[in-house]
Design a protein around this ligand. Structure first.
Ligand code: HEC
Length: 132
């Protein structure tokens, strides 16, 4: 009888830990607080393009969502993750490695001309949030 109760308790405990991880750990805890500064014209164009092509996964402020990581994050500061690496992720996709989201596919429909604006947007927001 006592053993049974212990087993039930153990099952509940494991379920709570797994459930808690799925709910808090994976889905929401990776997104970050982001302040968007006054943007340059290029940054503002980039913000619009980011909203069209990237926000679904990375969030409108690049703060991260349940589908993709925050880009306003020290992992992606300009010294560690240069502009060419951002352009490459957009054009060629990126293999998931830092986060539990899996791979990023190449972004469809985007034009070459939009990429520098998107980079400007990401860098301006990074700078305003002390990622430099
Ligand atoms: C369908 C979801 C999705 C969309 C849309 C998307 N991304 Fe991603 N992005 C991801 C995922 C997932 C990763 C992989 C994270 C990891 O390293 O585990 C990623 C990674 C990245 C990285 C880091 C790549 C590296 O080398 O580590 C950059 C930069 C990036 N995305 C920029 C963008 C930009 C800019 C856009 C829009 C033009 C965009 N992403 C659109 C899901 C997405």
């Amino acid at each position: 009888m006592k053993k049974n109760r212990l087993a039930i308790l153990a099952v509940i405990l494991v379920a709570a830990i797994v459930g808690g991880y799925t709910f808090f750990g994976q889905d929401s805890a990776n997104s970050v607080e982001v302040t968007v500064p006054t943007l340059t014209p290029a940054g503002a164009r980039g913000e619009a393009a980011f909203g069209t092509y990237c926000a679904d996964c990375h969030g409108t402020k690049a703060q991260g969502t349940e589908k993709g990581p925050p880009l306003i994050h020290k992992l992606y500061h300009p010294g560690h993750h240069g502009d060419a690496a951002i352009a490459s992720a957009v054009l060629n996709g990126a293999r998931g490695h830092h986060w539990p989201y899996g791979d990023m596919k190449p972004v469809e429909g985007i034009t070459q001309a939009e990429i520098p604006d998107i980079i400007a947007f990401i860098r301006e927001v990074q700078y305003a949030n002390k990622i430099y």
